[in-house]
Design a protein around this ligand. Sequence first.
Ligand SMILES: [Zn+2]
Length: 703
Amino acid sequence: MYWFFAELPGFNAQVNLSAAEIKRLADRIIAKSKETYDAVAAVPLDKVNFANAIAPLAELDAQQFPLVQACVLPRMVSPSEDICRASADAEKRLDSHFLLCSSNGGWLGLSCLPCKNPVISCKVTRQREDVYRVVKAFMERGERIGPEATRFVQCLVREFERNGAKLTQAKKEEMEKLKSLIDDLNLKYIQNMSDFTKFLLLSEEELAGMPPEFLKDLEETDGKRKVLLTGYYVTPILEHCKVGSTRKQIAVAYGQKGGKQNVAILEKLVQIRHRLARLLGYSNYSDFAIEPRMPMTSRKVLEFLEEMSEQLSDLANRELTVLKELKMKEEGNAQFGMEDLLYYMKRGEQHKVDLDIGEIKRYFPVKLVISGMLKMFQDLFALRFEEIKDVEVWHDTVRLFSVWDASSSDLLGYFFLDMFSRLKAHERNNELITQHKTHKSKAHALPHELVEGKYDHTCVVALQNGYMCSNGSRKVPVAVLLSQCPKEFDGNSALLRFPEVVRIFHEFSHVVHHISNRATFSRFSSLRLEGDFAEIPSLLLENWCYESISLKMMSGFYQDITKSVTTEACQSLKRRRDMFAGLKLKQEILLCLVDQIIHTSENVDIDDLVKDLHPKVHSKRFPFTFMSLMTMRVKCSFLKVFAADLFTTKFKDDLLNQHAGLRFRNKVLAPGGSKDPLEIITDYLGREPSLQPFIQSRTRNAL
Ligand SMILES: [Zn+2]
């Protein structure tokens, strides 16, 4: 039978809108949102109650979310240029409307910082002071409402106040001035980085160790090769070039990218961010930035980072000794420098891990990986996926599934898989082109980069959130998983590189997180979870890609799929992941510490700070460009620690245990953002999260 979306139970998301429909829908969204805010603002302060002040805002949020997504998704997936343009225009208009008016933070998509998904959300601020006064009056009345509703009201108030709702007019003007100064400085910083056109000319002898296809890609000038100082060229040289002096030259030149100007910009930014935070009533910028991301003070974050760094010291020292010995063997008595780190890590990996990464790829045909992954999630979380065929979607490679609870047969939601690259096979199979494109899009962090009419990254987009309607019925969540897998290769299912397998698994975990949500408010959908806690389940589930029992379910030799990847190969993949984990994590901690320290101060001398911190954390990383500091980066290390603790404590010896999976689904995935994330994890573990499982797991496999 042929399905129309409207016939699918609980399905309210709209796909396949025409350009004209997108435009009309955006108009309707703006009008309706203005109307609701005006109505709430008109409630007399002595007459406010939940029904006239809070419920309309919650309902507006729930109803408009899928409509906004319907307007903005097409620009990421539609093969039609007209529709893409209409969608991009609609997004711009909606963005500026919500900036002035009000709604919840972040409509579309998901930012995966640990996996470096670009952020695709229009940040929305709350500037309707008249609405703020009504919401605040409701909060002060202390009307009895449930814990989730209380949390919703607190979120509303916090968003208003973070945008200056409590400030006097003069202070508000000052806030705007500071914000626009911050924007200008950010822009200048990025411009300095991208205007940096310096290059080095190196002979083939100086580039010894680099593969011929790398050299071929370099322009030739006077018998030398021109190496541009971008990550695309610099990282492979730091990893593979045998000549120590070349690595050093490259590392030093790359480390100066952005130059002294950017250090000065950063110092200025620190001062202005501090002033902004003080103006809004916070003791420093770090407290301001952390508040919506994790329930901890900057002091607690700093303590945690220092403790982690200290506990990793033994491991990192042992790893460093191994690297120094390798250098001694290869280059004699030369001193070990930052520029040697990546090269000798690669060397160490080759010595200690018996793994042919090209060979391993032959065990991961795309179709097999996807079907194995779907089966595993169904088994583990007691879910049933049913494919809905004969429904008109935006491209003929897109598949739609409904999700059911395996025991109660309740409908839980829907997901689309839009997995395949729209590039033609010969283009996609030229890996160099693909890597180059991927690299370029990452380097410039363009959120809207399209390749052949499709968004150029693997990510998840929520089309509809799960929530409870005022009549007591439930709307179910709908998600889209976007990826750029190659479709076919010589008539066979194309093969995935192992990191791509992990990445798809990680993103699909977000889909399951979204579908498992049982919160009452749309605001608390898993993909709009506060801060970075949405990453923890996905980081936890990545572990299933490194255990042979589960990896075998997703693998099979491309010419004979009954032959799955061997147990030895699985162990090697895990050893490879964990090698030099101490040193790698210390580098992350260094960045977090610098970030944390400068943003708890009023003034800072960046050079002195780094000199002071380097010996503490053994960071030998180069280049060190401070780019990450521009965004108050997420504390990835925290998330990894929590994920490792959950894995070791609850799943390690019983990876496919449905009872454990179901408990995790109900206790950790279902609440979404309706509870404090740290409280959810503590409750599930029966204690506070601990550092030890992470350190032990990495130490066991490291060296
Ligand atoms: Zn993620």
